[in-house]
Design a protein around this ligand. Structure first.
Ligand code: NAD
Length: 477
C-alpha cells in the first residue's frame, strides 16, 4: 500500500535500519553492505491460457547471502512490485538473524490475482514461474529456498517441489528446495499454523515480563484482553484462534477486505472462518456480529492488543494518531510505516516488531528443511524409547508405594500425559516456543540494557545487524 507523502516500503525498512545503525559502531562500508539488496531478478513469462498467451511478471530478490541458502516466501498478489519484494527480502535477512535460523534473506512475488484463475490454470502458471527460477538456481535446496506467503500455501509449494524434482531428477535433497509443503510431500507437522502460533508464543513471552507490560500500561495476563485482528488469512486466523481458544483473549473485531465484524463480547473465530470459506472470503452478511463496511476504521477502536496480519502500510501518518491500542504486534510484514511508527512511539505504544513477531513461519520452515535433509521425521527414533523410560519410573513409584504401603495412586491423567513421548508436532512446537522466547530475551536485553534504545524494533535490528556484521567480519569482509 502506498501512502501519500511517506517513503516506500523499502525506504521505510531502510530508515528503520538506519535508526538502529546510528546507535551501533559499524564502519560505513559494512553498514552499506548489510543494508543493500544484493540482486533482484525480474522475469516475464508467457503461459497459454483460455486460448491466448498471457504474460506474467515475477520477482525473486536476494537481499543477503552472508548465510546460504537464502530464504523467503513467494507472494501472489496484484500489488507485488520490485520495491515490495526487496523490502520483504531485507526483512527476511534481519528476521533469520534474530531468530537464529541459518539463512540469508530472500523474497519472491508474482503479480497475479490468484482468485482470478482456476486451480489448473494456477498450477500451470506456478510451474512456469518455478521453472524460470529453478533454471537460475533461484530455487535450490542449498542456495534459495522459498516458502508460502500472502496468496500462496501448501498447494503452490507442492507444485514448486514437484517442478524442481522433475528438473533435477538425481538430487536426493530435492524436497528441501521449498518449505511449507503438504505432509505427504515432505512437509512438517505444525508448519501451516506456525506463524500464528509464533504470534501467540511472542505475546505469551511479552506477558511474562511485568516491566515490559508496564511500558504500555497493561497488567495481568492475556486472558480477557481485548484484541483486534486485521486479516483472517493464514497468519491472522491462527493467531486469533489460538489466542482466543487457548489463552482466553477476547477478539472484539476482525477486519477483512470488505469490512469488519465487531462484537464487544468476543467473536467466534472458527465460526467466522467457516463462514468466509463459504462466502468467498467476505464478512458482510455474517449473522452473529455487527458488520461495518469501513474496515480501516476498526483499526482505531479501543482495545488492548492490535494484530495487523494482512499487508504492509496499513498504519501510517494518516491514522496513527487515532490508533488506540497500547500494544501492537506486527503479525504482517511492514504493517506500520516509518512515519506511523514515529507517531505511535511518541504516543507511548509498544510495538512488537514484524521481524520478530512473524518469525514463527521461517523457524518451522527451518525445521522442515532440516527434516528434508536428514530424511527422517522428528521424534521417530526417540519417541518409544522415551515412553519406555517414563513407564519405568511410574512402575518403580507404584512398586515403592505397594512395598511401603504408602497408598500412593498416580492419577490416570498424569500417567497418560507423562508417559506420552514427543511426536513431531510436540517437538516442532517446543522448538518454536524456545526460539520465540530466546529471541524475545535477546531483544529485551538491548531494550532494557541500553539507555539510548527506546523501543523493541531498534533493539531487534541491533541484535540482528550485530550478528550479520559478525558473520561478514568472520568471512574477512
Ligand atoms: P493470506 O493470503 O493467507 O492472508 C491475508 C489475509 O488478509 C486474507 O484473508 C486477505 O483477504 C486479507 N486482506 C487482504 N487485504 C486486506 C485489507 N486491505 N484489509 C483487511 N484484510 C485484507 O496471507 P498470510 O500468509 O496470512 O500473510 C499475511 C501477512 O503475514 C503478510 O504480510 C505476510 O508477509 C506475513 N507473513 C506470513 C507468513 C506465513 O507463514 N504465511 C510468515 C511470515 C509473515
Amino acid at each position: 500500500m502506498n501512502v501519500a507523502g511517506e517513503p516506500s516500503f523499502r525506504e521505510s525498512v531502510d530508515l528503520m535500519f538506519k535508526r538502529a545503525v546510528a546507535l551501533m559502531d559499524l564502519s560505513p562500508g559494512l553498514e552499506e553492505k548489510i543494508r543493500v539488496c544484493n540482486s533482484t531478478y525480474t522475469v516475464r513469462f508467457g503461459v497459454r491460457l483460455r486460448g491466448e498467451i498471457k504474460t506474467f511478471t515475477g520477482y525473486r530478490s536476494v537481499h543477503s547471502e552472508h548465510m546460504e541458502p537464502v530464504k523467503g516466501g513467494i507472494r501472489y498478489a496484484l500489488s507485488v512490485n520490485q520495491d515490495e519484494v526487496e523490502a520483504l527480502a531485507a526483512l527476511m535477512t534481519y528476521k533469520c538473524a534474530l531468530v537464529e535460523t541459518p539463512f540469508g534473506g530472500s523474497k519472491g512475488g508474482l503479480c497475479i490475482d490468484p482468485r482470478a484463475w482456476d486451480e489448473h490454470e494456477l498450477e500451470q502458471i506456478t510451474r512456469r514461474f518455478a521453472f524460470e527460477l529453478i533454471k537460475r538456481d533461484l530455487i535450490n535446496p542449498s542456495q534459495n529456498v522459498p516458502a508460502p506467503d500472502m496468496g500462496t500455501g501448501e498447494r503452490e509449494m507442492a507444485w514448486i517441489a514437484d517442478q524442481y524434482k522433475r528438473m533435477n531428477t538425481t538430487d536426493i535433497n530435492g524436497n528441501a528446495c521449498v518449505t511449507g509443503k503438504p505432509i505427504n510431500l515432505g512437509g512438517i507437522q505444525g508448519r501451516v499454523e506456525a506463524t500464528g502460533r509464533g504470534v501467540q508464543f511472542a505475546l505469551r513471552e511479552f506477558f511474562r515480563h511485568p516491566e515490559d507490560m508496564a511500558k504500555c500500561g497493561l497488567t495481568g495476563g492475556i486472558e480477557g484482553k481485548r484484541v483486534i485482528v486485521q486479516g483472517l488469512g493464514n497468519v491472522g486466523y491462527h493467531a486469533a484462534k489460538f489466542l482466543s481458544e487457548d489463552d482466553g483473549a477476547k477478539v472484539i473485531a476482525v477486519i477483512e477486505r470488505d469490512g469488519a465484524l465487531i462484537d464487544d463480547k468476543g467473536l467466534d473465530i472458527e465460526d467466522i472462518r467457516q463462514w468466509m470459506n463459504k462466502s468467498g472470503g467476505l464478512l458482510a452478511n455474517y449473522p452473529r456480529a455487527t458488520f461495518s463496511a469501513d474496515g480501516p476504521a476498526a483499526l482505531e477502536l479501543a482495545c488492548d492488543i492490535l494484530i495487523p496480519a494482512a499487508l504492509e502500510g496499513v498504519i501510517h501518518k494518516g491514522n496513527a494518531e487515532r490508533i488506540r491500542a497500547p500494544l501492537i504486534i506486527e503479525a504482517a510484514n511492514g504493517p506500520i510505516t516509518f512515519g506511523g511508527d514515529e507517531i505511535l512511539r511518541r504516543r507511548g505504544a509498544v510495538i512488537i516488531p514484524d521481524m520478530y513477531a512473524n518469525a514463527g513461519g521461517v523457524t518451522v520452515s527451518y525445521f522442515e528443511w532440516v527434516k528434508n535433509l536428514s530424511h527422517i521425521r522428528f521424534g521417530r527414533m526417540q519417541r518409544r524409547q522415551e515412553e519406555a523410560h517414563h513407564a519405568l519410573l511410574i512402575q518403580e513409584l507404584e512398586r515403592l508405594s505397594d512395598e511401603k504401603s504408602l497408598g500412593w495412586t498416580l492419577s490416570p491423567d498424569f500417567k497418560s500425559r507423562y508417559m506420552k513421548g514427543a511426536g513431531e508436532l510436540e517437538l516442532v512446537r517446543s522448538g518454536l516456543d524456545d526460539t520465540m522466547r530466546s529471541a524475545y530475551n535477546a531483544m529485551r536485553e538491548v531494550w532494557h540494557g541500553r539507555q539510548d534504545v527506546e523501543d523493541l524494533r531498534v533493539a531487534a535490528y541491533i541484535v540482528s545487524i550485530s550478528r550479520i556484521a559478525a558473520a561478514y567480519r568472520s568471512k574477512g569482509l
